[in-house]
Design a protein around this ligand. Structure first.
Ligand code: ADE
Length: 260
């Protein structure tokens, strides 16, 4: 990847619980408040980084991504957080790295095809291959080497996390928390290959596409986007999500640093 030496990495999560520990692990952090968000500037494993919480939803995420690029000069963006499973083969505790991202609630028919973002010609925004490969590697290493110590036995039992797996594929975002089998079934029918549903990734993808900034999205699966989703989501986010993000992002930054 070109210009890695001059890289400044923006790291976005929607909620505090999805990023806890990362800011504390930064070297020399300073905080700047802008537009109701705290931007933490510092280094993670030698990578110049800016961590920020977007809050929930596509507008909040798009605003945050724009600020990171325009005000904080980030050159690359990673979104890390949780998602609902979008496929029966994806389980709670698994990890999904987005190969492409779609806004499932964009529908400007009959003016444009369903899901297409008007005047971009695109419905599915591809993530940056290099960043995604590095994230996928970091996730695999986390699952192989850190998982059993990072997540204690009680939690592994409680969440029935046996051998979590890493998947790569389609992530769909929209301004709704998916909590019904019926709704998920409709999305599955319309979006073949769907692996995860969440509320921010594809908005960041659109901003990054428009500004020419490489981006990637990684999600740990907190729930099955069914009738139990809200309960499962809260439990996972409270006790597990931060540890996934912390270990994976630290490994990811260390890998990027080794490419300098
Ligand atoms: N994030 C985590 N779980 C989700 C769900 N079921 N729907 C939307 N976003 C989510």
């Amino acid at each position: 990847m070109k210009n890695l030496k001059n890289m400044r990495l923006g790291i976005i999560s929607a909620l505090q619980e999805e990023q806890q520990g990362l800011v504390e692990a930064m070297q020399g952090p300073s905080t700047l408040i802008h537009g109701m968000r705290d931007y933490a500037l510092g280094h993670i494993a030698g990578i110049d980084a800016v961590c920020v919480l977007s809050r929930i939803g596509k507008v909040a995420a798009a605003t945050t991504a724009t600020m990171l690029v325009e005000k904080f000069g980030v050159t690359h963006i990673v979104f890390t957080g949780v998602a609902g499973a979008g496929d029966v083969g994806v389980k709670v505790g698994d990890i999904v790295v987005g190969e492409s991202l779609v806004q499932y609630d964009m529908d400007a028919r009959p003016l444009f095809p369903r899901f297409e973002i008007p005047l971009t010609g695109l419905s599915h925004f591809p993530s940056d291959l290099h960043l995604s490969e590095r994230l996928a590697n970091a996730a695999e290493l986390f699952l192989d080497q850190d998982f059993n110590t990072a997540i204690d036995a009680g939690e592994r039992m409680a969440f029935r996390l046996q051998q979590p797996r890493m998947h790569r594929g389609l992530i769909a975002s929209g301004d709704q928390f998916i909590g019904s089998r019926e709704h998920l079934g409709q999305l599955n029918a319309a979006l073949p290959g769907l692996l995860a549903v969440e509320m921010e990734g594809a908005a960041v993808a659109q901003v990054c596409f428009e500004l020419g900034v490489p981006f990637a999205v990684i999600r740990s699966i907190s729930d099955n986007a069914n009738e139990n989703a809200a309960t499962d989501f809260m439990r996972f986010v409270k006790s597990v999500a931060a540890r996934y993000a912390f270990h994976i992002i630290r490994r990811f930054c260390a890998e990027l640093r080794s490419e300098f």
